[in-house]
Design a protein around this ligand. Sequence first.
Ligand code: SAH
Length: 230
Amino acid sequence: MMNIELQNMSSPLSHRGINGAFQRERQRMIERLKTQGIVEPKILSIMAKTPRHIFIDEALSSHAYADHALPIGYGQTISQPYIVACMTAALLTQNRLDNVLEIGTGCGYQTAVLAQLVGKVYSVERIEGLLLKARERLATLALYNIDFHHADGSWGWKENAPYQGIIVTAAPEQIPADLLEQLDIGGRLIIPVGAQGVAQKLVKIIRTRSGYEQHDLETVSFVPLRKGVS
Ligand code: SAH
């Protein structure tokens, strides 16, 4: 007998097979996020339909929805679901953002979540192998409002600036000046800051007409923001 699923066909993520698998695990992840304080319905519904398991190695896919980071190759990790949700919530405002710069594409999961919530995502990754794979996955999900750039993201991506939002998923010891400069007035920069092996801080910087406001969010542990490309 044919297994017919009712789906919202207007969603770019409505492919059967990709989305059909791991539905129960995804729902459990959403319930957990709610208990962790994530309340934004839009973020929860996007994460409930984004197939996180396709962003990691098949051998690890049974852990895809668990509450921890996982290796994605090249010594890098996919951020845990709570951190993805938390950074996304810190970035979004009442109004839909037209453009967001992401530094550290990694496997592309955070990129996929953002692409469904904002007008356009510009994503920069320094490791070419990761970038190529992420690009493939995001095309599979029919998410096309993303431009990729293989570069050292500490310099931002000047050509498309200013950005209403910038999200950095690797930790520098100090906030790169170019990222602050490429932020629009009213724009937000969400970035982990601190050395490796010590407690890093996730901070939110808001650019105002007269300067920058800083808000400290969480204690976190991210891989380092490195110089150059590879
Ligand atoms: N959001 C990603 C996080 C990956 S880990 C995910 O969930 O998969 C951090 C990523 O930042 C790694 O892929 C790493 O290669 C990248 N990165 C580190 N320094 C960078 C830099 N200077 N420019 C661009 N990407 C960088």
